[in-house]
Design a protein around this ligand. Structure first.
Ligand SMILES: NC(=O)c1ccc[n+]([C@@H]2O[C@H](COP(=O)([O-])OP(=O)(O)OC[C@H]3O[C@@H](n4cnc5c(N)ncnc54)[C@H](O)[C@@H]3O)[C@@H](O)[C@H]2O)c1
Length: 321
């Protein structure tokens, strides 16, 4: 999107209501403020102002490294404890409340009574579809999923997933909006619980737990194996493009000829993984021993620095193409 198109979109959505300002809502707030939008935060927790301001302070260096202006970042930040008032002037609502479908159903039914008719209604939900969230609404044509990856102020992907009654214009508007705030929106062709990226994470994490619980590797060793291999590979190329290359000059024809039978057999033989109390304790104890001594703020800072370095390096490769 060119700069003019992007500024037109930002003007159209100049006031955003952020509903729920925990891990995800606070990060979205930082993104929207860094793009010059007015953000109205609605969250019943007593310490919401302190939590959000603190999050923005911590996210500022990352936003700056991404090329955004972080000067006077909270100038257009407002807090409104009353939901009806919080959405009354919103051009767009980004919902980040608890992941309970009844909560989201009641919330949208109430929001639609007070939000302007033109407003775009987006849920950050990790798994609950727009169709199930919308069952108590009169007209859900502007409601859809805008599912980010944590932290939204750094990770590019937003999964855009329309519901059965979402109108096509709302999908196009959501894509334009997320592009304008620097994200990489990807529209799913069908609603599915858990969308795509989390389904992949779940499938891989199942095997991670299995390997640790079987004593093949420790939590630390597994993390190291991932970052030194598939993590690096998949930051550059997705699984299909990678395996196309894995097949040599014959691409997937050769790849499947060589590996499909073994892969299919391995899928069939996968045992169930049980996360009962004993299994959880095994993983928790190892994770505590490895990570608990380092303050979360430091771990987050290191994560952001590494991910920024990867994004910057990839952008340089693309620019040189
Ligand atoms: N944590 C993640 O990695 C992640 C990633 C992507 C999407 N999500 C999704 O984002 C949403 C929020 O997840 P989170 O991890 O930020 O949760 P969280 O628990 O950190 O934050 C939820 C916030 O909602 C607030 N809240 C509770 N009741 C409310 C109400 N009635 N009105 C407004 N706010 C209310 C809470 O006070 C809290 O601050 C969920 O739908 C989740 O599936 C989470």
């Amino acid at each position: 999107m060119n700069e003019t198109a992007s500024s037109d979109v930002l003007e159209r959505y100049s006031t955003v209501a952020v509903i729920g300002a925990g891990v995800i809502g606070a990060s979205w707030t930082a993104v929207f403020l860094a793009h010059g939008l007015t953000v109205i935060v609605n969250d019943p927790r007593d310490d919401v102002e302190a939590v959000v301001n603190d999050y923005i302070r911590k996210a500022s260096p990352t936003l700056k490294a991404l090329g955004l202006s972080t000067e006077d970042l909270t100038r257009k930040l407002r807090f409104e404890a009353d939901l009806d008032r919080a959405v009354a002037s919103a051009d767009l609502v980004q919902e980040n409340g608890p992941e309970r479908v009844e909560f989201k159903q009641d919330l949208w039914a109430r929001i639609e009574q007070h939000v302007p008719a033109h407003a775009l209604l987006l849920s950050s939900s990790s798994a609950k579809t727009a169709t199930e969230q919308s069952v108590k609404m009169k007209d859900p044509c502007r409601l859809l999923i805008g599912h980010p990856f944590n932290p939204p102020h750094l990770i590019p992907l937003v999964e855009v997933v329309p519901g059965e009654l979402t109108e096509p214009d709302a999908v196009a508007d959501a894509v334009a909006f997320y592009k304008a705030v620097g994200k990489v929106p990807r529209v799913l062709r069908k609603e599915i619980q858990g969308f795509v990226a989390n389904r992949l994470q779940r499938a891989i994490f199942r095997e991670c737990c299995h390997l640790v619980l079987e004593g093949v590797v420790t939590v630390d060793e597994l993390d190291d194996i991932v970052t030194s291999s598939i993590g690096l590979r998949w930051a550059a190329d997705g699984p299909f493009r990678s395996f196309h290359l894995g097949g040599g000059p014959g691409g997937f024809v050769s790849f499947f000829r060589q590996f499909a039978p073994g892969m299919e057999a391995a899928w069939k033989s996968q045992a169930a993984v049980t996360l009962d109390e004993k299994s959880q304790k095994t993983i928790i104890d190892q994770a505590q021993a490895s990570f608990a001594a380092t303050p979360p703020e430091q771990l987050e800072g290191e994560r952001d620095a590494k991910q920024l370095a990867i994004l910057t390096a990839l952008a340089a490769v693309k620019a040189a193409e």
